[in-house]
Structures are given as structure tokens and as C-alpha cells.
Design a binder for this molecule. Sequence first.
Ligand SMILES: *Cc1c(COP(=O)(O)O)cnc(C)c1O
Length: 435
Amino acid sequence: MKNIQINLLPEEIPRKWYNIIPDLPEKLPRPKDPEEGESRLKLLPKIFNPVCLKQEMSTENWITIPEEIRELLLRAGRPRPLFRAIGLERALKLPKNVKLYYKSEFFSPTGSHKVNTALAQLFFVGKQGYEKVVTETGAGQWGSALAYAASLMGLKCTVYWVRAAHDLKPERKALMQSFGAEIFASPSNRTKCGRELLKKDPKHPGSLGIAISEAIEDVLNSEKSVYCLGSVLNHVLLHQTIIGLEMMKQFEKIDEEPDVMTGCLGGGSNFGGFVLPFVGEVIKGKRKIRFIAAQSESAPSLINGEYRYDFADHAEQTPLLKMFTLGHKHVGTSIFAEGLRYHAAAPIISLLRKHNLIEAVAYPSDEKSMFEAASLFVKNEGFLPAPESCYAVRAAIDEALKAKKENRECIIAMNISGHGFLDMQFYTKVNEMVK
Ligand SMILES: *Cc1c(COP(=O)(O)O)cnc(C)c1O
């Protein structure tokens, strides 16, 4: 057996989350209020649960994961294997010294890495006496993860779902409903923000930013309810670091180290969770790794964005965060990888980008290069990556082929952030396009 599947034992689930904030090359700019209007910062304690807000600001390097959360992660199937992609290596005719590995975040009850933070957040929410949790979702993965976690914790769950994706995915809607969640296509007529947009365009395709605004409005108007966010914020990236921490142990077991790591990037949670523990060591001079964030030209925040303060949502209800942003009114073309269509990248990721600690690529929004990557991966590895995850696969393939051409040794690790079983419209298109 030549290290095709590298596993950890249940007790090797990390005991602490890694918080990169104190290790960053400069102080992370704090959220702030816009010059006009009501204070958004004062709104935060009304919509978020206090434990996550405290984690958001924490400057402790390591934060203990409560045993109850480690048990929830165990029930959700962690730790997740690291695979050597020998099928893909063969298909690409890679030389022996170019290796591909992938972390299997698709082995998840709802199909993505998002359960890692959903379980953590709702464990804390459950202890605070809330009864209902409200959120938004793009591709539908975050809504599914939160609905699942809410169901385990006995909480009600309301999801505002970007209409373009909602209309395309009745099966994922059924999954969320199986967990007992209540779902609305966004923009919806349940909120002021939604009604205004529908007046202008009754078929408005929606966006993550718009759905966030609707969810916040709902929480402010409901009793004992709390808002949860599945990406962008520091505490979300913190919870996701178990991905990278597990992988670090897995590479230690086979006595290898990645030279390049690729992940797809929408808001930055799977990419952050995957790379941050390694970035911390690169900053300290302990490792040399290139980190590549794979984006869509529909929302190339790290490439065309400006590093400045901007709202995290369309209706300007959130505080201003310093991020690489395309502007909070950015909508972008609709793509299969809906989870990547967000106007900005997480503040932590943005700061690392500013310091050139991470690279970024953006692929055309016709997604042709993804159809090819998806097909290659499925035919040679068997698992169906979510459309978003195909961007990580694409970037890894491109790097592998470059290393082959330049006759250079290279170990590449990619994060397969989710499963594509509920994205068969995408795979129908893949089959049509790749003959
Ligand atoms: C949500 C999602 C993404 C994009 O969000 P990030 O916060 O950038 O990770 C990527 N892949 C999958 C499978 C997702 O569900």
C-alpha cells in the first residue's frame, strides 16, 4: 500500500483551532462603522451569538475545541482522509516526482466542509437559549449544513436562498427540508430589502449579498433568533482550520510536505481552513509553500478587487470590513459554482493577499475549463467534486502540468470542498461538453 489513503484516528481530531490573527504580518484592520447612518457595530450583539463574536476578536493563537464539538465532528465523519490522486496522476501522465493529493471534505453529511463551522456555531447557539437560526445560502451548501446542525441541536432554521440557485436545485431544497428547515428564494417578499428589489425586477436572480441582507432583517424582526454566517468572518475561518490541521498530521505520517496548495475561493472559508495552519508556519519561516486561491471571473475579488473597507452585504446592514472587494453592489454572471460568486474575500485572506503570501487565479465564467477538470477527476478518481471544488482541481492540474513541463519536483495538495451529487445539472453539462 503506497500511501493512497492517509487516515487519522478519531482521537486525532484536533483539540484546538488555530487562530492566525496574532501571527499575521500586520495587525488585522478592525471592522468599522460607515460615516453615515446607524451604528452597524452596535447591531452585531443583536444578531450574532456572543461566543462567536468573542472568537471573532480573539488574539489567542490556539482556541480549545469543546469536547462536545469534537464529538459532533466525530459524528459527522471526521477525521477525513487525505487521498493520493493516483488515477489523475496517471491520466495526466505525470512523472514520479509530481504528486497530487486531495483532502476529502466531500465526505460530509450534507456534502461540504461547511458542516465544520455549522456544528461549532450551533453548539454555542444552543447553549445561549436561542430558538431559531437564520441564514442565507448561495449554492445551497451552507443552508444544508446549517439545517443539518440545527436539526441535531433541536433549533428552528430559516434559509434565504439566492434565487438563481434555488430554482435550479429542487433536490437540495428537499435535503434542507428533510432537516426541517424553512426555505425562501431570495430576493423574497418577506423583507423590505427583498420587496424593493422584486419591484424593480420580479425575476431578480439574487446574490449572496442580497440574501445576507434579508436574513439579517429577519433576525432583527424575530424573537429569540440568531444569525449565522458560513464564510468570510474570522470565527468561521477559525472553525475551518481543522481541515488544515488534520492534513498537517496526515502529511507528517507519510513524511512528505506540500509545495503547492490549491483551493477554491468565494468568501474564503474552505481555502482559509485548508491553508491557514500552513501559512502560519510559512510566516514563521518553517515551511515554503505556494498557496493558490482559484476563483471565477464572475467574482475575481483577489485579482480585480481593491483592498479597502466595504460592506459584506448588498443592503449595507453589516459593518465595513477591510477586504479585497469588487464593490458590494457587484452581482456578476451566474455560474454553476454559485458559492464562488461573492464580491469580496475574507479580511484574513485579503491581508495575506496584500502581503503576497497567497496567489490567485480566476477562470472564465463560461466554466469550460471546469467541465474538463470535473470530467478528468470523476473518470479517474470516481468522486464527484462540487462545481466550486472543480476550481481547486483545475488549479492543481495546471500546476502539475507546469511542473512536468519544467521538469521540477512538486507535491500538490488540493481541497475538495464538497460533493457534487446534488449538482447533476452541472454534470449533465460536463457530459455534453466533454466528449
Ligand atoms: C460554500 C462553498 C464554497 C465557497 O465558499 P468559501 O467560503 O470560499 O469556501 C466552496 N466550495 C463548496 C463546496 C462550498 O459549499
